[in-house]
Write a protein that binds this ligand. Structure first.
Ligand code: HPA
Ligand code: ZN
Length: 334
């Protein structure tokens, strides 16, 4: 592949399905808010200003510490602007982001509505100024337990509409079982929300199967460790379940030792719908451009393959048909 082709690839219009909202916060943004509010957060930063953590579980606690400076709806609106500016700079034209009522009003529905309103206003402004469309997916947090998940699901169900389009689960995959959260997923489904769950990032193929069978999700966050059991891979392909793959995150956190050992290509070759996202870009020192650059160099994927990935993402997107069609048009080559 020559420089010109690589340039074309990293500048493609992109769609991203797996982005934790607070995880998109640039460290300087969080430090600025901490300073404004006189909160000492120095322990979560390295000397070079990046986020400091040892492993995935520590990452989750640093994530929650960073999130603790985001207090008001206005703070989240500012976060939304900062995150969408970064995404738009990377050529993202459509993004779905994970929002957690736990961090936005503590699970209270009335408070959640205020946060959601502020975030949506900021997203609509960014759509006008930067041409990026955002939709929200409420996530419960697995390590907060099934009872707290119900409060997140209730917030999601009460605010489900053409913007708040999905429900999912993030957090520590090693805690409990997928089916412990079935009540919350049922509530969300009944409210018309589309479903996704983190599975098969840390645990193996059985966890991926359980997310599909016990929660009825149409997408899986990560799902990459399904590769350990080809029967699970084939089930994903047959049922048309889409994987929100975050290769840079997986390599940074050591799920796979390097990108050339990552199963994204094998999964794709076996007929699974794979898409590409960043997860928590500043935490994992990645961006959508860097993901495309690394995938093109490692697997030799050409522009056609990346365009296909983006189409696959839009087919699996949780937005309404009009939005999907409008974004699919933006993905067409001029
Ligand atoms: N994985 C799981 N839970 C999370 C993440 C993640 O990358 N970011 C924030 N919560
Ligand atoms: Zn994630």
């Amino acid at each position: 592949m020559n420089e010109d082709q690589l340039h074309q690839i990293i500048n493609l219009p992109k769609t991203e399905l797996h982005l934790h909202f607070e995880g998109g916060a640039p460290p300087a943004f969080i430090r600025g808010l901490a300073k404004e509010k006189n909160i000492d957060l120095s322990r979560i930063f390295n000397e070079d200003g990046s986020y400091a953590y040892r492993d995935f579980v520590h990452f989750l606690s640093v994530y929650e510490a960073a999130t603790s400076v985001l207090k008001t709806p206005e703070d989240f609106a500012r976060l939304c602007t900062a995150v969408l500016e970064q995404s738009a700079e990377n050529g993202v034209v459509y993004s779905e982001t994970f929002l957690s009522p736990d961090f936005c009003g503590g699970g209270d529905v009335a408070a959640w509505r205020e946060y959601l309103h502020a975030i949506r206003e900021a997203a609509e402004a960014a759509e006008k100024s930067h041409g990026i469309t955002l939709r929200g997916v409420v996530t419960c947090i697995r390590h907060f337990g099934p009872e707290q998940a119900k409060t997140a699901a209730l917030c999601a169900a009460e605010t489900a509409d053409d913007w708040l389009v999905g429900f999912g689960m993030a957090g520590d995959e090693n805690k409990g079982k997928q089916r412990d959260y079935a009540y919350s997923f049922d509530m969300a489904r009944e409210a018309g929300l589309h479903l996704t769950s983190h599975a098969g990032e840390w645990r193996g193929p059985q966890e991926v199967r359980e997310a599909v069978e016990d929660l009825g999700v149409s997408r899986i966050g990560h799902g990459v460790r399904a590769i350990g059991d080809l029967a699970v891979v084939d089930m994903l392909a047959e049922q048309g379940v889409t994987l929100e793959v975050c290769p840079g995150s997986n390599v940074f956190l050591g799920v796979f030792p390097s990108l050339d050992k990552h199963p994204i290509e094998q999964l794709r070759d076996r007929g699974v719908n794979v898409t590409v996202s960043t997860d928590d870009p500043p935490f994992f020192h990645t961006t959508m451009r860097r993901e495309y650059d690394a995938l093109a160099k490692t697997f030799g994927w050409d522009e056609e393959i990346f365009t296909e990935l983006n189409r696959t993402a839009m087919q699996a997107a949780f937005c309404d048909a009009d939005t999907r069609d409008a974004i699919l048009k933006k993905l067409e080559r001029p």
